[in-house]
Design a protein around this ligand. Structure first.
Ligand SMILES: [Zn+2]
Length: 192
């Protein structure tokens, strides 16, 4: 548990979709993640039912270790759908597009810079200075991290994340919270 408390107006400069931690969020996240949501300072995005879908984590955890992954996708249905995309071999397509589409590549680099700037609003942690997540600035390595980012900041900031959400069939008006009973085995991934 963190002692850091971030006001809502600051959280919403970090991500436009951000909200403060509400009663019950930690319990739902602990179930989604299978562990305590360490360093949690806000919710980056929610399911239409209100359940957390993306965490906002302070860049230094309570135990002092640096934590670069500002936005962490916790929503089991989406974690599973994104895992399916990753294991289908489509990661190659994302990286080919980065290599062959200069505008896409530039947008990916801008997404990286924006990610670092957003995290620096919370705290500038020297060990992770200039580092982002998901393979940015020049690769797509973890679609979960990019999709979580895109979900929290809204469309148009992280194109690869926007594409992953679209490919996963994410619909912000549909609640999938009842459908994660079978997701225990593959709902968890390392995102970074
Ligand atoms: Zn829901």
């Amino acid at each position: 548990m963190t002692s850091v408390s971030i006001p809502l107006d600051v959280l919403q400069r970090v991500a436009v979709k951000a909200t403060e931690i509400r009663p019950g969020d930690r319990e739902i996240l602990t179930e989604q993640l299978g562990r305590d949501p360490r360093g949690l300072v806000g919710i980056g995005a929610r399911c239409v039912c209100g359940a957390p879908a993306v965490t906002i984590t302070y860049p230094r955890l309570p135990d002092g270790s640096p934590f670069p992954t500002l936005f962490y996708l916790s929503y089991p249905w989406l974690v599973r759908e994104i895992s399916r995309i990753e294991s289908s071999g489509d990661m190659v397509k994302y990286n080919e597009r980065l290599a062959n589409d200069p505008q896409y590549a530039q947008a990916h680099t801008r997404a990286h810079q924006s990610y670092v700037a957003r995290r620096d609003i919370l705290d500038e942690v020297p060990e992770i200075a200039g580092k982002s997540a998901g393979g940015m600035p020049d690769r797509v390595k973890c679609l979960h991290a990019l999709a979580g980012y895109a979900l929290a900041v809204g469309p148009g900031v992280c194109p690869a994340g926007d594409d992953a959400l679209a490919q996963a069939g994410w619909d912000p008006n549909v609640c999938h919270c009842g459908s994660h009973d079978d997701a225990e085995s593959d709902a968890w991934t390392t995102q970074g």
